[in-house]
Design a protein around this ligand. Structure first.
Ligand SMILES: Cc1ncc(COP(=O)(O)O)c(C=O)c1O
Length: 415
């Protein structure tokens, strides 16, 4: 039996793979108990934006922990949450007037789905059907798995998942099929359409055009179907702009944010909504309130971390750093793409992705071999099957990028 009682996420303990013990992190580096320095090439599951243990964010956490650690948020409020909600309103599209707090990307999506159904019920014209994009991923709770792609990840839980209507992914050259299917589904009276804007993350870093996102938004608006943008991965500069939706000139009815909201330091999420969605729940009838909460909703320490993140965005040239990283990523990808083992090299902002070898799935045998290969070279890269992607913190150095792409090239030759 493994000495540790911990059951890790997305880990097959039966394979006996080593699980490094990390003791410290700074910038783009993770330090392990056996003295290794690992380059974090995937921002610790896409959360770390400015770098690990950012001094402004760490200081804000420490200060807030000594002041107010936790307070019930139903019927109570506190300054870090008020400041954060005001900061988000100032930074995000003005149509998104309301801020609902939760704790993770998954819960921000659950909240979005519940808001959408509540909106229709309280308007007196209940609509139930949720539309979702093929290959989408929105989390691992029952609701988010229901709106995500079905497959090996959730096969065992199928009986618990609710039905959604899946709209085909707008692959290049097939955008019209997507738009036609969306038009039909919207005309049939759907409640909401949930999308990952411009890039589908866990589904394999699949990229589609801003013009298609804009057109999908227009179709929904024409039919009054609520448009939910899940920017849990894409938000906070990942795709080159603060929000991916910006590149398509799209403002959603509901916006989900998490991961980089605190710079990746501590869990927190928000679901932002337009006034009509809030208004639909507004009443003197307690039966119409929005029935969602969790114990740690708007935890003050997490809000303080997010306020520090927003201050960094306001006061430092974050988008210039993002543009610089995007350019440096492009240079390396261009060179790597010439390798015969690399297929479908693609990039969106700070994210690059490509397949090694032919088309395989998430359980492709190549994935664990790649993982081990990179781990031996002190790199944190975690391929999705044979899809390898590089999504580093914005502070990563040229030398470290060079090491990452050098190791990927070596992997192509060795594996
Ligand atoms: C687009 C998207 N939505 C939701 C989630 C779920 O977020 P969390 O893991 O914080 O629950 C993820 C996680 O990767 C994601 O990429």
């Amino acid at each position: 039996m493994n000495a540790s009682p911990i059951w890790h996420p997305f880990t097959q303990h039966g394979l006996g793979e080593p699980i490094p013990l990390v003791t410290r992190a700074e910038g783009a580096y993770l330090y392990t108990s056996d003295g290794r320095r690992i380059v974090d090439a995937i921002s610790s599951w896409w959360v770390t934006t400015h770098g690990h243990a950012h001094p402004r964010i760490s200081a804000a956490i420490a200060e807030q922990a000594g002041l107010l650690d936790q307070i019930i948020f139903a019927g109570w409020t506190h300054e870090p949450a008020e400041t954060l909600a005001g900061g988000l309103r100032a930074m995000m599209p003005p149509e998104l007037t309301r801020v609902f707090f939760s704790d993770s990307g998954s819960t921000s999506v659950e909240v979005a789905l519940k808001m959408a159904l509540g909106y229709w019920l309280h308007r007196g014209e209940p609509r139930h059907c949720i539309l979702a994009l093929e290959h989408g991923y929105h989390g691992d709770t029952i609701g988010t798995m229901s709106v995500g792609a079905r497959g090996v990840f959730n096969r065992a839980y199928q009986p618990l998942l609710f039905d959604v209507e899946t709209i085909p992914f707008p692959a290049a050259g097939h955008e019209q099929d997507t738009l036609d299917a969306l038009e039909r589904a919207c005309a049939a009276g759907a409640a909401a359409f949930i999308v990952e804007p411009l890039i589908l993350g866990a589904g394999g870093m699949l990229i589609y055009a801003p013009a298609t996102l804009a057109e999908m938004r227009r179709v929904c608006a024409r039919h009054g179907v609520l448009f939910i943008a899940d920017e849990v991965m894409t938000g906070w500069g990942r795709t080159g702009t603060l929000l991916a939706c910006e590149q398509a000139g799209v403002v959603p009815d509901i916006l989900c944010l998490s991961k980089g909201l605190t710079g990746g330091a501590i869990p927190l999420a928000v679901t932002m909504a337009t006034e009509p969605i809030y208004d639909a729940h507004l009443s003197t009838d307690r039966g119409r309130m929005f029935f969602h909460s969790s114990s740690y909703t708007a935890n003050p320490i997490a809000c303080a971390a997010a306020n520090a993140n927003l201050a960094i965005w306001r006061e430092e040239p974050v988008l210039e750093r993002v543009a610089d990283l995007s350019r440096r990523q492009a240079e390396r990808l261009t060179t790597l793409a010439a390798h015969p083992a690399i297929h479908d090299a693609r990039q969106l902002g700070t994210i690059t992705a490509f397949e090694i070898g032919g088309a395989e799935g998430y359980l492709s045998g190549i994935a664990p071999r790649l993982l081990a290969f990179f781990r031996e070279r002190d790199l944190l890269l975690r391929p999705l099957g044979n899809t390898v992607y590089v999504m580093p913190p914005y502070c990563i150095s040229d030398d470290d990028l060079e090491r990452i792409y050098g190791a990927i090239k070596d992997a192509c030759e060795a594996i």
